[in-house]
Design a protein around this ligand. Structure first.
Ligand SMILES: [Ca+2]
Length: 162
């Protein structure tokens, strides 16, 4: 009986995460509204591409690293740097509980990634961005989203000159 009540408790806790798999355009609008378009020079396409390769837009996604740290949520933020999971020794630079990165409300996640991308490495903080998104044509990510995002002028000028 002890065992089964523990199992039930774990199931209930998992259900309590209240995560969400975002639809691409819905996420695009949310990111733009929160001020991420052209934030530190990165477009909404950069953020969509990164989040797709990191989590598949699933806010409840958790990944465990060989070094013992874990990565949380739609942007896969690391428990040794950005949040506190009560296990990993952490700098907790975003001053938040890692579990708050797993629910459907992503405004706190966005405030944290603004801090991540403000460091000198920018979006290279995410390997998947460096590998799959950097220097790629990211216009496809906003296709069909009916958004009037300001284009990244620097990139357009760069492309026109190359
Ligand atoms: Ca959250």
């Amino acid at each position: 009986m002890q065992f089964s009540s523990t199992v039930i408790m774990i199931i209930l806790m998992a259900a309590n995460v209240d995560g969400k798999i975002y639809e691409r355009c819905e996420l695009a609008k949310k990111l733009e509204k929160a001020g991420l378009n052209n934030y530190k020079g990165y477009s909404i396409g950069d953020w969509l591409c990164m989040a797709h390769y990191e989590s598949g837009f699933d806010t409840s996604f958790v990944d465990h690293n060989p070094d013992g740290s874990s990565e949380y949520g739609i942007f896969q933020l690391n428990s040794a740097w950005w949040c506190d999971n009560g296990i990993t020794p952490t700098k907790n630079l975003c001053h938040m509980d890692c579990n708050d990165l797993l629910n459907r409300h992503i405004l706190d996640d966005i405030i944290c990634v603004k801090q991540v991308v403000s460091s000198k490495n920018g979006m290279n903080a995410w390997d998947s961005w460096s590998r799959h998104c950097f220097d790629h044509d990211l216009s496809e990510w906003l296709k069909g989203c009916d958004m009037k995002v300001k284009p990244n002028l620097e990139k357009i000028i760069h492309n026109a000159n190359s």
